[in-house]
Design a protein around this ligand. Structure first.
Ligand SMILES: *Cc1c(COP(=O)(O)O)cnc(C)c1O
Length: 369
């Protein structure tokens, strides 16, 4: 074993930043800044090979995965993931929210990334076993919305630099206790409307939950943070006109005549389970859900005319995040009701179902232990 120092003449900070900017970014309010800092004791793992299929499925101690420098995922990003949560109810029991939807979407993502399918029941078994094993890591919700975030991931595990779908794949799930996204009460966040860079393109991977989509969104995220915005609103890649979604959350707007508007799924928008659930909840909250194309100009006009008073972003991690203002090169454009009544009603209703505070008439919640 030989180790020689290379004496790199490397700058001590990233190229995109100076120290002042790094400090600002760290100090700025962010969505989910403590996400996944802590992990639970165990993880689920399994391996797949093209000749033998799945094997080695187990719950093990949480530990680093050994990765060969030639591992294909490091070079070609053949990778997918999921995100769901385990919730503790007041009686101490632990529940999942629509995990079958995650299992199904995981395989849809796998198809797009040329990864193998994991049978839905095996995905669910792995999730349930990990949660049961690490049940003590599922926090009491407390006053807030604490839960155990679960992150299934599947990635190419070949040690081979040729560009081809992996013949070896690894699956893992890790758990991370998370607090409320807003530790000091729900706040409205400003959103940067990105008019140049795009998250996803027609025919691309936008509808798959894959790491590459996130890598492509980071420079826009930095631009947003530079303007004091917590998140980016991406527009379509062709006309730079139609609202798609945020980097990791779907977009919704509430009209004054009781419609809940969200961009229709075009193939470059991720089909969120929170989005789908809220569209279903809308009926029972006397809202009319409408999925259609929405241009950024239409949104501006509607806000100006007062026909859209509130808008929000939704996803598993932050549940429902009210949008306070849309920001772009032309300035800051405020929503009249930054923490809107309808937004907060939807938010509360969803959380109440997830934490078992109200009856779940939809059969969305499943008890683990
Ligand atoms: C995960 C994700 C969402 C939200 O999906 P949920 O199933 O509601 O958590 C939205 N957009 C993108 C790009 C995502 O990756």
């Amino acid at each position: 074993m030989t180790t020689m120092t290379l004496s790199f003449a490397a700058p001590d900070r990233p190229h995109w930043s100076d120290q002042e900017r790094i400090d600002e970014i760290h100090a700025a309010p962010k969505i989910g800044q403590h996400f996944g800092e802590q992990v639970s004791d165990h993880m689920a793992v399994a391996d797949w090979t093209v000749s033998n299929g799945w094997s080695g499925d187990a719950i093990t101690d949480y530990q680093p995965l050994a990765v060969n420098p030639a591992n294909a995922v490091l070079h070609y990003a053949q990778e997918i993931f999921e995100g769901l949560k385990a919730y503790r109810h007041a009686d101490g029991s632990v529940w999942l929210f629509r995990p079958d939807e995650n299992a199904r979407r995981f395989n849809a993502s796998a198809t797009r990334l040329a990864l193998p399918h994991l049978p839905e029941e095996d995905f669910l078994t792995a999730v349930r076993q990990l949660v049961a094993t690490d049940a003590r890591w599922v926090p009491d919700p407390g006053s807030g919305e604490k839960s155990l975030y679960l992150r299934p991931v599947m990635f190419a595990n070949d040690d081979f630099l040729g560009v081809a779908p992996a013949g070896k794949v690894r699956f893992a799930i890790l758990g991370s206790p998370v607090g409320a996204y807003f530790s000091d009460g729900v706040r409205a966040v400003d959103i940067w409307v990105e008019r140049h860079e795009v998250r996803a393109v027609p025919g691309g991977t936008g509808a798959a939950k894959c790491g590459g989509n996130y890598a492509a969104s980071l420079t826009a995220q930095l631009a947003a943070q530079d303007r004091g915005c917590a998140q980016v609103l991406f527009l379509d890649a062709v006309e730079h006109t139609w609202i798609e979604e945020l980097g990791g959350m779907n977009f919704m707007a509430v009209t004054s005549d009781g419609r809940l508007l969200t961009p229709e799924l075009t193939g470059s928008i991720l089909s969120g389970i929170t989005r789908k659930s809220i569209l279903r909840l809308a009926h029972d909250l006397d809202l009319v859900p409408v999925e259609r194309r929405i241009s950024i100009d239409e949104l501006h006009d509607a806000v100006r005319a007062g026909t859209v008073q509130e808008a929000f972003a939704c996803g598993t991690a932050a549940v429902v995040t009210p949008i306070g203002a849309l920001v772009d090169e032309n300035g800051r454009f405020e929503l009249p009701s930054p923490i809107g009544e309808v937004t907060m009603t939807i938010r509360q209703r969803l959380l109440d179902i997830q934490f078992g505070r109200v009856e779940d008439p939809y059969g969305w919640t499943q008890q683990v232990c």
